[in-house]
Design a protein around this ligand. Structure first.
Ligand code: F6P
Length: 363
């Protein structure tokens, strides 16, 4: 009797709403349409390195489309090519990729589906070069992967950030304050731009456009002159002043990408209060953007990408990531997909629209 064919799924990097919807789509299709066995690798590359995995049956992936996070667990630190031994001040880094590859080979799979952002898929690209058959699926709230127009998780994060902007609007109005909402996104301004526009932000600050505090202060004064005694500022965690630098919240030494951004909202709040004399408050919504139920858009995107990934396995289209181009799905080489970060282009039609409404970008 023929041995049953098998695939494995791994989710790596920061979690986000919609990952479970990808797992569900890929696993259900693999089981129902192609009769494959599905293995779930636990905690991203950490599980690949240490041989931690479990069988995923149909019932394990049923009823999870609305669930945030990832049922498989994840790690945004474990990298088999640069694995940190010890978590102290000076971790030692070792290449234990061969151990991970041996463990993956032991699973006797046709292909490993890697669900991730830039970090996870860069490692996937190396593993693919080292002989592991891999198909990538893009997810990250940051939306900063090259090769795809959108990633799973972004729409949910924008929806959460927009609600935060909406909620500070009324308190800003009541207290005649400047309210600053700091959102995530690393070195890309996608979340800030989209939530800023959707929430009617008066000032939107993104990493791609270094700002000048005086220009923001002038915008606040101008609004006050016109009877608008409050101002809403949406700032990306990676935004920086002209000639200045980003604000770093912490350094995770054992991580391949150790810098964690955060805190620009508070820096800006004290500067703006001092320059304008208007009372200013800042909120950092942080990991709220990564939690909870995915939006319908993300559930649909996850379903399209997850099922397409399984079709790619059937075609043996390995070393590639399923991607979105306009309304259609396409495939790109993992290597090309991870040449990021994909930032907001200066000629973005959304920036142009916002500018035409008088939105200030601090420049
Ligand atoms: O990449 C997703 C992301 O949420 C970024 O927007 C943010 O900068 C980072 O991860 C936060 O990482 P951590 O969960 O390690 O604090």
């Amino acid at each position: 009797m023929d041995k049953k064919r098998r695939i494995a799924i791994l989710t790596g990097g920061g979690d986000c709403p919609g990952i479970n919807a990808i797992i569900r789509a890929a696993a259900k299709k693999a089981i129902l349409e192609y009769g494959l066995e599905v293995i779930g690798i636990e905690d991203g590359y950490e599980g690949a390195i240490h041989g931690r995995h479990r069988r995923l049956e149909y019932d394990d992936v049923s009823g999870i489309i609305t669930l945030g996070g990832t049922i498989l667990g994840t790690s945004n630190v474990a990298n088999p090519y640069r694995y940190a031994i010890g978590k102290g001040e000076k971790p030692e880094f070792v290449d234990i990729s061969q151990q991970a590859i041996t463990n993956i080979n032991r699973l006797e799979i046709d292909c490993l589906v890697c669900v991730g952002g830039d970090g996870t898929l860069s490692i996937a690209s190396r593993l693919s070069t080292d002989g592991v058959p891999i198909v990538g699926v893009p997810k990250t709230i940051d939306n900063d992967l090259t090769g795809t127009d959108i990633t799973v998780g972004f729409d949910s994060a924008v929806s959460i950030a927009t609600e935060a902007v909406d909620r500070v609007h009324t308190t800003a109005q009541s207290h005649h304050r400047i309210m600053i909402v700091e959102v995530m996104g690393r070195n890309a301004g996608w979340i800030a731009l989209h939530a800023g526009v959707a929430g009617g932000g008066d000032v939107i600050l993104i990493p791609e456009i270094p700002y000048e505090t005086d220009i923001i202060a002038a915008k606040v004064r101008d609004r006050n002159k016109r009877g608008k005694r409050f101002t809403i500022v949406v700032v990306a965690e990676g935004a920086k002043p002209k000639g200045g630098d980003v604000v770093i919240k912490r350094v995770v030494k054992e991580s391949t990408d150790p810098v964690r951004l955060g805190g620009i909202g508070f820096v800006l709040a004290s500067q703006l209060q001092e320059t304008t004399g208007v009372e200013t408050r800042a909120v950092v919504i942080g990991h709220l953007q990564r939690g909870g139920t995915p939006t319908p858009f993300d559930r649909i995107l996850a379903t399209r990408l997850g099922t397409r990934a399984v079709d790619m396995i059937e075609k043996e289209s390995y070393g590639r990531m399923v991607a979105v181009k306009g309304d259609l799905l396409t495939e790109v080489a993992l290597e090309a997909a991870t040449k990021g970060p994909r930032q907001v282009p200066m000629d973005s039609p959304l920036i142009q629209s916002a500018r035409s409404l008088g939105t200030c970008f601090g420049d």
